[in-house]
Design a protein around this ligand. Structure first.
Ligand SMILES: Nc1ncnc2c1ncn2[C@@H]1O[C@H](COP(=O)(O)OP(=O)(O)O)[C@@H](O)[C@H]1O
Ligand SMILES: O=P(O)(O)OC[C@H]1O[C@](O)(COP(=O)(O)O)[C@@H](O)[C@@H]1O
Ligand SMILES: [Mg+2]
Length: 479
């Protein structure tokens, strides 16, 4: 096996096209670090486990659909406890920070990092950083113990608070160094993981024995997760909870629309650059007549447009439900509202309210036509679907993510994000997570399922479809 790598990439090539995209280790830049036996083997609860530790050479394959002659492809290091650890319990001084928008399950991840460190590795010095990245240098910290975090998974939000912007790398690493912190757990989305990568690089340049572990949070699923399209991680925590909560809004829209003549229910769901929540909520509900997402351009007027489809559906069924992701149709809004290119503190595009806009457009259109009186109800549950506690299945998932992160940091790995790859938890280098944004691939079978279930137009001409097929190759893994 040959190594090739620099600060960002640590790639190992093996036989038959085997590639390991490895994560950094503290010993990459601090040689001769002492190791210690993993205390987990003396832990009464874990003594029932037949095999305490994962083999150091275990890796997880990114590709599971293969042909007879396919190369073995990309692999990631398997997550889990190692026989040797690089920290003794008393030495560990950990901190946890949450950044970016809210997502169901943040508190569960915090809880399980604290409990995992304490119960599995005997760690008691754990600091909560208040209010996101800027909290490292501008706020007081919170001492976290299993008692403090015992009930927090039942609450939405994050007990640590969160923020956008304020990522000042040297101030953050100064604070880590000054406080003697040697394990940093960073929970957040695409922006946060980019910030975590820069923190890791600075720590490495300063030669500090500090492990940096990222836990990916994204209600939008815009981190390369494997809900659809070529991706690394199977799914992000909180997504199931958000889709479930979105059902309540869709049900309400359906009840309202069904109860009145020519009723239209419009529901706006989150999804700044991608429409995964809208797509899954639509497929989950089966009451949705039209799902509009940022990845699939649509138009209003003329043949094959939205107005024509609404008229047709109302004539057929007497009512209809439209689900629209917040980032959909922003080009149309920009044309009609001459909106400015505004950004939030983290540099994310600030969106116009497409739900309100489209509701007005539809009302205006039918009022102008005089041929059909419609009754439109607009429901905007966007913040409600992310401010709730995670459901039971997301709680279990958050636990596995948190424990994987703890095992990895204690074993000396750093500069990594945790996540399941084809069902097995793995350590993924930051560069892999940060290289691009995940989006619904509208030439994949999942989007076809939506079109087939709603029977809505694709809004694409044959030429446009051919262009999309050329630009966005479909993912062979999605069944
Ligand atoms: N490219 C980047 N480099 C460093 N820090 C970043 C970068 N992008 C975002 N951040 C920081 O990450 C934090 C969260 O980012 P944001 O985009 O708001 O949320 P999310 O992580 O949920 O996508 C913010 O404090 C922001 O300053
Ligand atoms: O109003 P806020 O708090 O900036 O959040 C709005 C954005 O946050 C999200 O819920 C989540 O985005 P991030 O995961 O990137 O933080 C988006 O869906 C939405 O556009
Ligand atoms: Mg983001």
């Amino acid at each position: 096996m040959g190594h090739s790598g620099n600060l960002q990439l640590k790639v190992v090539n093996g036989d038959a096209g085997y590639v390991l995209e490895d994560v950094p280790h503290l010993t990459d830049y601090i040689p001769d670090l002492p190791t210690y036996p993993n205390p987990l083997q003396f832990n009464a609860a874990y003594s029932v486990v037949k095999q305490y530790f994962v083999n150091v050479d275990d890796t997880v394959s990114q590709k599971i659909v293969v042909h007879k002659d396919s190369p073995r492809g990309t692999h990631f290091r398997r997550a889990g406890p190692r026989q040797k650890v690089y920290f003794v319990s008393d030495e560990v001084h950990a901190c946890i920070v949450t950044c970016g928008g809210l997502c169901p399950g943040l508190n569960t991840v915090i809880r399980e990092i604290v409990c995992g460190l304490y119960h599995m590795y005997g760690v008691s010095k754990i600091l909560g950083i208040d209010g996101g990245y800027r909290g490292f240098y501008s706020k007081n910290t919170i001492n976290l113990t299993p008692k403090v975090v015992n009930d927090i998974h039942k609450r939405g939000g994050t007990i640590l608070g969160t923020s956008r912007g304020g990522h000042d790398t040297s101030k953050i690493v100064d604070s880590i160094q000054d406080r003697g912190i040697n394990q940093v757990y960073i929970i957040g989305g695409d922006g946060t993981q980019k910030g975590a990568a820069v923190i890791y690089e600075e720590i490495r340049q300063r030669g500090l024995k500090v492990a940096v572990a990222g836990i990916p949070k994204t209600i939008d699923n815009d981190i390369p997760v494997h809900i659809s399209g070529p991706a690394v991680i199977d799914k992000s925590f909180g997504f199931d909870t958000a889709v479930e909560e979105a059902q309540r809004a869709i049900n309400a829209a359906h009840v309202e629309a069904e109860s009145i003549e020519n009723g239209i229910g419009v529901v706006k769901l989150m999804g700044r650059y991608c429409g995964f929540i809208a797509m899954y909520a639509t497929l989950g509900s089966r009451d949705v007549d039209c799902c509009l997402i940022p990845e699939s351009p649509f138009y209003l007027e003329g043949e094959g447009g939205l107005y024509e489809f609404i008229e047709k559906r109302l004539k057929e069924n007497g009512h209809m439900v439209i689900v629209i992701a917040e980032g959909a149709g922003q080009d149309l809004l920009a044309e009609s509202l001459q909106s400015m290119n505004q950004q939030d503190a983290s540099g994310n595009k600030l969106l116009q309210d497409v739900g309100l806009w489209i509701s007005h457009k539809i009302k205006d259109h039918f009022a102008r036509l005089h041929k059909m009186a419609i009754n439109l109800k607009y429901i905007d549950p966007t913040y409600m679907i992310r401010a709730i506690p995670s459901n039971a299945s997301d709680n279990v998932y958050c636990t596995l993510l948190a424990q994987s992160a703890v095992h990895g940091a204690v074993a000396g790995y750093t500069g990594f994000t945790v996540g399941p790859v084809n069902g097995r938890h793995a350590y993924i280098p930051f560069n892999r997570i940060n290289e691009r944004q995940n989006q619904v691939v509208i030439t994949d079978r999942m989007w076809a399922r939506v079109l087939s279930s709603t029977n809505q137009p694709s809004f694409l001409s044959a030429n446009e479809l051919a262009k999309f097929k050329r630009e966005k190759p479909s993912c062979p893994v999605v069944g």
